[in-house]
Design a protein around this ligand. Structure first.
Ligand code: SF4
Length: 184
């Protein structure tokens, strides 16, 4: 067994949907050895092999596996978080047990879309970044033609939750992301 236990340590409001929460669970075990096998068997993952993160998309929710914690976004309540964590634990352990039968996949997987980034920007079209709209900024960011720090409003307290999710998404997809601003 690779993942023996998990413990929910934070439950925060989800800005993308105020009715939902974002949950962080600490894990005592190193689970990254399972990532290339999960990446091979699940559809639509974003795998960052150097950073050892794997983002799984399921039913409109995002689950990001890190070396020592798991984040769950767009969650109804802690009961649902517990169910998802149990599902992830079984998935990780079963996949790892079957690893001899799976060809590991080290590719990045699904590409990040401009629209995924746009949804996590302030959406005010304030032009402080030098672009006419937030969508134009998102298109440049996904093309790595602009620095995320140019969106100054995103780094204000008001957009802390959106910023956290976006930085994690960028990091998981292998983009340069200023993780010193990640504040789970
Ligand atoms: S600075 Fe940020 S909020 Fe303002 S237009 Fe650019 S991307 Fe949108």
């Amino acid at each position: 067994m690779l993942l023996h236990s998990y413990k929910i340590t934070r439950a925060l409001p989800c800005l993308a949907d105020p009715e939902k929460i974002r949950v962080i669970a600490e894990i005592p075990d190193e689970i990254h050895e399972a990532f290339p096998y999960l990446n091979a068997t699940l559809k639509g993952c974003i795998y960052n092999h150097p950073a050892l993160t794997l983002t799984i998309k399921k039913d409109g929710k995002l689950f990001t596996l890190h070396a020592h914690h798991i984040t769950l976004a767009k969650i109804e309540d802690e009961k649902e978080a517990e169910e998802i964590l149990k599902w992830l634990q079984d998935l990780i352990n079963e996949t790892y047990e079957k690893r001899d039968q799976i060809e590991p996949n080290y590719s990045k997987g699904a590409e990040l879309k401009a629209l995924d980034i746009f949804k996590l920007l302030p959406g005010t079209n304030c032009k402080k970044c030098g672009e006419l709209t937030c969508l134009a900024f998102a298109v440049k960011l996904v093309g790595q033609d602009i620095d995320i720090a140019k969106c100054v409003p995103l780094f204000s307290e008001e957009y802390r939750e959106k910023r956290n999710v976006l930085l994690e998404l960028l990091h998981a997809a292998g983009f340069e992301a200023p993780l010193e601003f990640l504040n789970p």
